[in-house]
Design a protein around this ligand. Sequence first.
Ligand SMILES: [Zn+2]
Length: 458
Amino acid sequence: AKTIVAFETKIAEIQWSKVELRDPIKAYNKVSIDKLGELMPTYDWNAYIDAIGGVKGKVDYVIVSQPTYLKALDKLLAETPMETLKPYFEWHLLHNAAPYLSKQFVETNFDMYGKVLGGVTEMRPRWKRGVTATESALGEPIGKVYVEQHFPAASKARMEELVKNLLTAYKQSIDKLTWMGPETRKAAQAKLAKFTPKIGYPNKWRDYSKLEVKRDDLVGNVLRSNAFLVRRELDKLGKPIDRDEWGMTPQTVNAYYNPELNEIVFPAAILQPPFFDPNADDAVNYGAIGAVIGHEISHGFDDQGAQYDGDGNLRDWWTARDHKNFEKKTKQLVAQYNAFSPVPGYKVNGELTLGENIADNSGLAIAYKAYKISLKGKPAPVIDGYTGEQRLYQGWAQAWRAKTREAAMIRQITTDPHSPEEFRANGTLRNQPGFYDAFKVKPGDKMYLAPKDRVIIW
Ligand SMILES: [Zn+2]
């Protein structure tokens, strides 16, 4: 075990940090297949390409995200003895299979990855682990059943309406932005007009007929399923891009923006409380799912997404002046989040979480505007003694309620590009002018920030 940890530590040391990897231009290095050998002269790339199959002759080049890593890895591999490499790969095989082997393997694996690294005291019940395993192998067929049973057409229609209003709010905001010049604004409008929303579930379902499932062979099923997924990816080589493809299953409570297709994707399962409640009033839903929609659209304009154009090409469409203005705001945001400490002695990484923090702050600001648009000039109704604006911010805060153990929190702030939920809720609210109006926040209040310290992007 010590040998393996020592070797893995060396591998980790020569890799780029998560912050470095956030730069899409730095991580985009075209290398022709026959030049791969120059990066790693002692590694037999031809043998590798032959072994995976289905690649030879189909691609001329690959994108290497960390060229310096490959060079250093080549050196490391050359100086590492076979007595280290063999157990290293044996361990990888065991580690990946452990959750599906007999009790002792399952429990030992949980002791390390659940207890030590996550602070979890109890393993999830067997049936839940069964659902997770089945989902990762057969996500879309399960999603099809989920959608039939839990996703009414009315939810899809309300979501389409929300997305439309959020896009309208962005369109109006772009024209009013003071820190963006007319040229960049025009390009931003062009990009916004090309956004593709996907809601609920895919237009066409994946074909799983080639995946063999055996009732009495769990580990075999997992291995065949992994191989099936890898084959599916490799089969795409040389073919046109499938724009109907989904990167999440319908039963996933999440959403994403994909800069390469300039699309925002909302799986059916996020359309339930606390994000979306068909029985709640609009204010609450705009503060929750509305801000999530705004969040995903904003990824198209965050420090990473802004480097792609409306067609998904990595291309700079910003003027130098506007770049600078944007950077001034994002630097302030980095400093704000760097100061948050969820566990004594540990701080949020403002650089790692920058894109997500931009998206949270922008998403909520735009949701507020979209809610106003939805009112069509009428005043918001007062319900249970709360104004519409108050309910909107309550909807936002309620969506981010969470409970996390200390060990899991430490792991989260080290690896997750999202800020901990507490700061997604409160860190964002402090920058919203509407929040100060809604709750009459004044100097001396815990969440008060002087106007000059508030970061307002949208
Ligand atoms: Zn995000």
